[in-house]
Design a protein around this ligand. Structure first.
Ligand code: PMP
Ligand code: GLU
Length: 380
């Protein structure tokens, strides 16, 4: 078979590949502590599950209008207005997961040879999505600045020019957990306006923070018309398998991206969209409980690593931590999986060699067990 150049430009998702590997080892009988994939370990809140079941029972099992049911698009617009973004239902496309929303946004904005700027370390799928669209990548490394953006604004200014089509910002960040300051985002705004750049703001970890308050990029003066806001239900509501997310932006973007949406997925799953309305309206307590649990685990992990002499930059959001390991992080992660049965993701998959990403969406017992095993194996 003759495969397209496009598909041969990319590799499978490293995060999903490692978690598959961990699952295979487990199937062979090994007791693996899986700190690789970014997936909350809580059940979906009960009222959301019930809303999904009720929607199915009520016969909401057919196609919906392509961009999503009105009730959900309105609830999403209302949530976004609460964040200070001036969106109506017509500014929203509901997608099967935020990943699809990002894919549609990139396909809609990026042509062959267009320049796209990423902030490294960056989540694995941005690079793949840009390559699939034929874009060229320019990367700004935040690693020397404890993963913060503000100290790297001069470097970002050097990377962005009138040739730049798109910048992707993800705060709180996967894989670093960094939450960018308002001053950093104002710096992004200044550059985006000066060079007429569109910005994708991936805010999927917005509700999972520890003291820091992330501001939505589209709220800054001059950004409303050039920002695509991405969010989803996987992380905050522990709904990874439901596959529900969205993109929001200016109406002309919605109308262009809507073409791809209608020709690819048609619509997000009908009853899942109904459950999404319940998730947005009635889950404040459940989110608070989950975030409290993540906060405790984060403290615990930082403390245990500190005891072993490992100094990792403190994350302010999401449920990831970048742990400095060996220069050859790939081999370190392979050894950790094979010798200690602890699954982590090599930093180089995110453009940060020398680190391993730890997802602490796991119980304190298992996190403690993982650190003990890594110490016993001589890896920490
Ligand atoms: N953006 C980031 C930064 C992520 O970590 C993820 C996690 N998979 C996604 C988007 C996509 O999430 P989902 O498709 O499950 O909504
Ligand atoms: N975003 C999560 C992660 O980084 C889930 C896996 C994926 O979609 O890449 O682990």
């Amino acid at each position: 078979m003759d495969f397209s150049d496009r598909i041969q430009r990319v590799e499978p998702s490293a995060t999903l590949a490692i978690s598959n590997l961990a699952a295979e080892l487990e199937a062979e009988g090994a007791d693996v502590v899986d700190l690789s994939v970014g997936e909350p370990d809580f059940p979906t809140p009960e009222n959301v599950v019930e809303a999904g079941q009720e929607a199915m029972d009520a016969g909401h099992t057919g196609y919906t209008s392509s961009n999503g049911i009105a009730r959900l698009r309105e609830a999403i617009a209302e949530k976004l207005r609460g964040d200070g973004l001036d969106y109506e239902a017509g500014n929203v496309i509901v997608t099967p997961g935020a990943k699809q929303a990002l894919y549609e946004a990139v396909q809609t904005l990026v042509d062959d040879g267009d320049e796209v700027v990423l902030l490294d370390p960056a989540w694995v799928s941005y690079e793949a999505m840009v390559k699939l669209a034929g874009g060229d990548l320019d990367r700004v490394d935040l690693s020397p600045y404890d993963f913060q953006l503000e100290p790297a604004l001069d470097e970002l200014g050097e990377a962005i020019s009138d040739e730049t089509e798109l910048l992707v910002v993800n705060s709180p960040s996967n894989p670093t957990g960094a939450v960018y300051s308002d001053a950093a985002l104002e710096g992004v705004r200044d550059l985006a306006v000066e060079h007429d750049v569109t910005v994708i703001s991936d805010e999927i970890y917005q509700q999972i923070t520890y003291g820091a308050e992330p501001t939505s990029l589209g709220t800054f003066d001059g950004m409303a018309d050039r920002t695509v806001t991405i969010n989803g239900f996987s992380k905050a509501y522990s709904m990874t398998g439901w596959r529900l997310g969205y993109l929001a932006g200016p109406e002309e973007l919605i109308s262009e991206a809507g073409k791809l949406h209608s020709h690819s997925v048609s619509c997000a799953t009908n009853f899942v969209q109904h459950a999404g309305v319940e998730a947005l309206r009635n889950t404040d307590d459940a989110i608070e409980e989950m975030v409290e649990a993540f906060a405790e685990r984060r403290e615990f992990l930082l403390e245990r690593l500190g005891e072993e002499g490992v100094e990792a930059p403190e994350p302010d959001g999401a449920f990831y931590l970048m742990m400095p390991v060996a220069d050859d992080d790939q081999t370190w992660c392979e050894d950790a999986l094979e010798e200690a049965h602890v699954a982590t993701v090599p930093g180089s998959a995110f453009g940060a060699p020398g680190y391993a990403r730890i997802s602490y969406a796991n119980s304190k017992e298992r996190i403690g067990e993982a650190v003990d095993r890594l110490v016993d194996a001589g890896l920490l």
